[in-house]
Design a protein around this ligand. Structure first.
Ligand code: HEC
Ligand code: HEC
Length: 484
């Protein structure tokens, strides 16, 4: 118990020390170099101003919006401008942040969310330096950064090494020695194919003394079919690939044809734009190929249900929402799911826009309850292999041949039968004599009603000679009456 308390105390002492060092060394606090809008400014505006100067129209004060560039810089109803880049005097925002009058000060003191002196300084400096606004980071195209300066100039072999070395040097560390060849081939194989090298491959690599041995190894791995599998794995995760339907029974469905399309696509090194278009709308391309149609399996990867009691319309909606959300996360680099139900202060996408995208995907002739546990829910695409397609055609020809033969035989039979009927009618065979007849069974009706009628008609000799109803007759009086 005591030891524990002691250790705890020591640990918290250490934490304190680390904290002090962090405060000392943290560049933003020690000596702020460049202010970054997204890192240093937007969070302040968001936490302290958006409640009254943000996206919520109903709560917006003084017509001032600080979450959008064009609004933050414009002339307000009062005639003032909150932010005039580089001009502290004319920027009302600066005056309001530094005012000594509690009625003027922003945020209003009664809100209880005051800015610290340092935060106010950051905002002022930002305006002074030109109030550089930046889009949300996910909309900023990546830029090639300037290479950092390093001391050990011989070590880097490509630009990435420069960045690693810079950090190492900053920390006073030396790069680790180069790995031996067996380790290298193991790493490269896992990295590019997801599989370990075979013993033969290791031996071949060890035996290759040429200076390009490693390049050759990498080329071999890049041209391996497993390379596509390795790259596809990430995409399959993003695209919510599964060979089962997900909800409830998690029944079987077959999406592996689409999966193989992804693998082949990576192995072919298909350009990203084609990769995108084919998966989202391959079927809408002019004369789409079988592969372009299969690519759209991406859109059908959503989970489906067949659970009794579920509301079909609700689930149909879920499927479409899933497609829009996946499109946002996978292609636009932003989660858009919140906009399904309401606008949100940080979402660049409005609910209205969410449903504009929704409309594109709300045209699959599918059902909310797929009612299938062992196969893909319709609509489906027949996707035979070329060999299977050939066999389909061949089989179809054979079927038509057989149908033709059958028809010919039927025609022949018709003629023969007609002839026979004509001849037989003209020259009927003699009637068999009914001498010694015990029973006459005509088999053209059930037995039960005929035996009943026998009971009443039996007396008439005429009936006996020319029975209209099927009759089971028994002359013995003891056995008269209904029989089975
Ligand atoms: C609780 C609500 C609230 C918050 C939070 C708030 N303000 Fe205000 N703000 C107001 C109101 C109300 C007015 C209009 C009355 C006034 O001018 O005092 C106003 C006016 C202003 C004006 C003057 C607009 C003009 O037309 O001259 C500026 C600039 C301003 N706010 C900046 C800010 C900044 C910057 C923040 C965050 C650091 C902030 N406000 C936070 C409520 C708020
Ligand atoms: C399925 C519909 C739905 C989705 C999806 C959804 N919300 Fe909401 N959200 C609501 C509803 C309904 C309310 C109102 C709840 C209430 O008033 O009781 C709400 C309220 C809120 C509020 C409170 C707003 C206020 O003024 O009090 C916040 C914040 C919020 N949602 C954020 C989010 C975020 C962030 C996401 C995405 C991660 C999200 N919501 C996704 C339906 C949804």
């Amino acid at each position: 118990m005591r030891a524990y308390a002691f250790n705890k105390q020591r640990a918290s002492y250490r934490r304190g020390l680390v904290l002090v060092m962090l405060v000392w060394c943290h560049p933003a606090i020690a000596a702020p170099k460049d202010l970054d809008f997204n890192r240093d400014i937007r969070p302040l505006l968001s936490d302290h101003c958006y409640a009254c100067h943000g996206p919520d129209e109903n709560k917006r004060k003084a017509g001032l919006r600080l979450d959008r560039r064009e609004d933050a810089f414009k002339t307000l109803k009062s005639g003032n401008r909150a932010i005039v880049p580089g001009d502290l005097k004319r920027s009302t925002l600066v005056q309001r942040l530094t005012s000594r009058d509690p009625d003027e000060l922003m945020p209003p003191p009664e809100e209880g969310k005051p800015l610290s002196a340092g935060q106010v300084q950051s905002l002022i400096r930002w305006v002074k330096e030109g109030a550089r606004w930046k889009n949300h980071w996910s909309f900023i195209p990546p830029e090639r950064p300037v290479l950092p300066k390093v001391r050990e100039r011989d070590w880097p072999r490509n630009e990435i090494d420069d960045f690693i070395l810079e950090r190492l040097e900053k920390k006073g560390l030396k790069p680790a020695p180069e790995a031996d060849k067996a380790t290298l081939i193991r790493r490269a194989s896992f990295d590019l194919t997801g599989l370990p090298p075979t013993i033969g491959e290791v031996d071949a690599f060890l035996a290759d003394d040429s200076p390009e041995a490693y390049e050759k190894l990498v080329d071999r791995l890049l041209s391996s079919a497993h390379y596509g599998e390795r790259l596809a794995a990430n995409w399959l995760d993003l695209a919510r690939y599964a060979d089962t339907s997900g909800y409830h029974f998690d029944g079987v469905r077959f999406m592996w044809l689409w999966r193989d399309w992804v693998i082949d696509t990576f192995n072919e090194n298909k350009p990203y734009d084609t990769f995108t278009v084919e998966q989202l709308a391959g079927d809408l391309l002019p004369d789409p190929t079988r592969e372009q149609r299969i690519a759209t399996g991406f859109v059908r990867n959503n989970m489906t249900t067949d659970e009794g009691g579920s509301d079909p319309d609700e689930y149909l909606n879920k499927y479409v929402v899933d497609r829009v959300s996946t499109l946002g996360a996978v292609w636009l680099g932003m989660t858009v799911g919140c906009a399904e139900c309401h606008d949100h202060k940080f979402d660049p996408l409005l609910t209205k826009e969410f449903y504009k995208l929704y409309a594109f995907f709300h045209n699959v002739p599918e059902k909310g309850l797929d009612r299938i546990r062992t196969d893909n829910p319709p609509p489906r695409l027949p996707a035979p292999t070329p060999e299977q397609a050939m066999r389909f055609v061949e089989t179809d020809f054979r079927l038509r041949d057989a149908e033709k033969t059958l028809q010919d035989r039927n025609n022949e039979l018709g003629e023969t039968q007609e002839k026979w009927e004509r001849e037989t009618n003209a020259n009927p065979p003699p009637k068999p004599s009914d001498e010694g007849l015990l029973a006459l069974l005509t088999f053209d009706d059930t037995i039960r009603p005929s035996t009943r009628s026998t009971a009443t008609e039996q007396a008439s000799p005429e009936t006996k000679a020319e029975p209209k109803q099927p009759i089971v007759e028994d002359a013995s009086p003891a056995r008269q009456g209904p029989q089975v």
